[in-house]
Ligand binder design. Structure first.
Ligand SMILES: [Zn+2]
Length: 284
C-alpha cells in the first residue's frame, strides 16, 4: 500500500450553526493533508439509505431527522445538516468495507457519531456511524465481530446505549472517556494500549475514533499532550498493522481555535494522526 484510502465527498459537509466545527471540518482536514503532501487516495462512495440508518436507530427517529421534523445533534432542524448525514455515515461504512477488503486501513474524515443514542441526538451527534457501520457489515455478512476503540476525550454513551438496547454481544466497545480520564491517566493508558489493541485480534475490523479533543488544551477537556497523542496513534496503527487487523478511522471531536478563530490546532492533531497512519501503512 502506497497511499491511504480516504472517503470524502462534498455532500458530507454542512453549515451546522453550532459551537462545534465538526460539520464543516472534512474539507479543511483533507485540504490540510493535501498541502502537507500526505499520500492518500480520495475516493467517492454511496450514502447510506434510511433502512441502514435504522439498523442502529429507532425508525421514527431516523425519518424525523431526515425530514427535519426532529432536531439533529446540533439542536436544530437545518436541511443541509439532514442532507449531510447519509454521507457522513456512508463514508464510515465505505472506509470499513475498504479496510476489510485491503486488509489494512482506510479513513473517513468525519465526526459526529458516538453520542447519538438509539432514539435521540446528543452532543453534536445525530446518527451513530460507528454502530450503523458495525450493523451494516453484520447484515451484509462481512463480519462476525467488530471492535470500537473510541479515543475521543468523551464517553461513547450513544454507542453504549445502542449496544444495550439491541442486546448486542459481538461488539467490543472501548471508551475510556466513560471513566472521566485525567492527565495522570494518560501514561498508564498508553502503556496498556498495545495489549488492548492486540486483544481485538478476534475481531474482523477495528473502528477507531482518533479524537482531537483528547488534547490537554482542548476547551472541552483532554488528557493527553501532543506527544502522547502521537504515541496513541502510533500504537494503534503499528499494532493493527502488525497483527493484520483492518482499521477504519475517523476524526471525532476537537474544539481548539487559534487567535483568528480558525481550527489550526485541530487540523494539526488530525494531520499527525494521518502521518502516523501513513508511517504504519503506506511506506515501503
Ligand atoms: Zn468529544
Amino acid at each position: 500500500m502506497k497511499v491511504v484510502p480516504v472517503f470524502f465527498r462534498a455532500e458530507m459537509v454542512a453549515e451546522a450553526g453550532s459551537y462545534s466545527p465538526s460539520a464543516g471540518k472534512p474539507p479543511q482536514v483533507v485540504a490540510d493533508w493535501q498541502v502537507h503532501a500526505l499520500p492518500m487516495d480520495i475516493r467517492s462512495f454511496d450514502p447510506v439509505d434510511e433502512a441502514t440508518l435504522a439498523l442502529a436507530h429507532d425508525a421514527g427517529y431516523v425519518r424525523g431527522v431526515l425530514a427535519c421534523t426532529l432536531v439533529n445533534g446540533f439542536g436544530n432542524r437545518r436541511p443541509d445538516v439532514a442532507a449531510s448525514l447519509p454521507y457522513t455515515n456512508g463514508a464510515m461504512l465505505a472506509a470499513a468495507r475498504e479496510a476489510i477488503a485491503n486488509r489494512r486501513v482506510a479513513c473517513a474524515p468525519v465526526s459526529g457519531f458516538h453520542h447519538a443514542c438509539h432514539g435521540y441526538a446528543d452532543g453534536f451527534c445525530t446518527f451513530n456511524g460507528l454502530m450503523v457501520t458495525a450493523l451494516a457489515l453484520k447484515r451484509d455478512r462481512q463480519v462476525n465481530r467488530v471492535a470500537i476503540l473510541d479515543l475521543d476525550h468523551h464517553w461513547g454513551n450513544g454507542t453504549e446505549d445502542i449496544i444495550a438496547k439491541l442486546g448486542i454481544d459481538w461488539i467490543r466497545h472501548e471508551t475510556p472517556g466513560g471513566g472521566h480520564v485525567e492527565r495522570k491517566d494518560a501514561e498508564p493508558y498508553l502503556a496498556r494500549l498495545d495489549d488492548l489493541v492486540r486483544s481485538f485480534a478476534d475481531c474482523d475490523v477495528l473502528l477507531y475514533q482518533a479524537g482531537a479533543d483528547a488534547h490537554i488544551k482542548d476547551p472541552l477537556g483532554g488528557w493527553m499532550t501532543s506527544s502522547q497523542l502521537e504515541e496513541r496513534d502510533r500504537i494503534v496503527f503499528e499494532t493493527t498493522a502488525k497483527i493484520g487487523l483492518p482499521v477504519a478511522w475517523n476524526l471525532a471531536g476537537g474544539y481548539q481555535v487559534d487567535v483568528n478563530g480558525g481550527i489550526a490546532p485541530v487540523l494539526e492533531i488530525h494531520r499527525r494522526t494521518m502521518q502516523a497512519c501513513v508511517n504504519a501503512f503506506a511506506r515501503g
